[in-house]
Ligand binder design. Sequence first.
Ligand SMILES: NC(=O)c1ccc[n+]([C@@H]2O[C@H](COP(=O)([O-])OP(=O)(O)OC[C@H]3O[C@@H](n4cnc5c(N)ncnc54)[C@H](O)[C@@H]3O)[C@@H](O)[C@H]2O)c1
Length: 357
Amino acid sequence: MDKRITVLAGDGIGPEIIREAVKVLDRVAAVYGHSFDYTYVDIGGCSIDKYGVPITDEGMQTCLQADSVLLGAVGGPKWDNCPPQIRPEKALLAVRKTLGLFANLRPTKLFPQLAEASPLKASVIGGGIDLLIVRELTGGVYFGKRFTGEEDGEVAAHDDMTYRESEIRRIGRVAFETARLRRGKLASVDKANVLDTSRLWRRIMHELSEEYPDVAYSDILVDNTAMQLIRNPAQFDVIVTENMFGDILSDEASMLTGSIGMMPSASLSDGTLGMYEPIHGSAPDIAGMNIANPLGTILSAAMMLRYSFAMAKEADSIEQAVNTVLDEGYRTGDIWAEGTKKVLCSEMGSLVAGKIG
Ligand SMILES: NC(=O)c1ccc[n+]([C@@H]2O[C@H](COP(=O)([O-])OP(=O)(O)OC[C@H]3O[C@@H](n4cnc5c(N)ncnc54)[C@H](O)[C@@H]3O)[C@@H](O)[C@H]2O)c1
């Protein structure tokens, strides 16, 4: 299969980790007889330096025309004082909006080899942590009307939170379909005891659950979810929730695995076009040192194969390769522990690529 991938390497460690993901994708292409064609587009600070904007219109068009987009990370201290309209992160919001990326999938998996890195006790980790948060990405309070002004003689601020039935239904479908591909369990997180948006959310999710009788569905309040993630994370398979709750819970969940460098993510649209990126930032403190952990980006590339290209066995082969490399004791600095073998970013990429096929 021929696929066009737009690569947004970005800033800081972005180019280093992307190089390793591309190395692994090239190996997959060679082993399974595919052809991946990469177009590199500047994004974030490097684009601001060259063009004065965090992504150009042509760059955006290249994303729209691709079969999928692979992103490293953007930002860094050099661009912290840019005016708000040209900050590096503006480009990410623009790409999400232009590509219609409404569903953010964040798996949280604790590799048993790295259990020591988790802040949770072994007795709490129990059967292991392997959950997926499906976060609505383009609605809710982050996209509502804002107001700051004088009200009743003092300054007040409002942020409107709106959800439409169609927005809830489409993210709900992604969650139910994803649960079907995993262990068939879905928890929908809301605050239906207080919020109207949550009551509508819950009603639509219940309607959808009747179409998916094979998925074990439950509702859970957001405050209880925050607690349960720490108390017994193994109880969760797929969690679906609205934008702000998902933002907070997915960061909480990511910490359960102990290393931000391991975590991939996918942002999906109505079609097959998606954007795939590690959840961490551009790590300016270690940029250019070839010591970053590329596994979050490599696992994001695996998600790209699974969700955008329907290449399940190829995705499995990357995940299996990561597992084998960890089993053999190879670690980048962030996950290194006594008795394991410390490797550079580029060595880690080569090790994973070498295990494919
Ligand atoms: N999606 C994105 O592009 C994205 C996301 C978050 C932050 N940012 C930006 O990144 C810049 C730095 O942000 P930050 O320092 O708050 O967060 P960060 O995730 O870049 O770094 C936090 C810490 O984790 C370490 N780290 C991160 N990724 C790692 C990896 N792959 N391997 C080893 N260690 C890793 C870093 O060295 C640092 O100590 C800021 O400009 C921020 O705005 C971008």
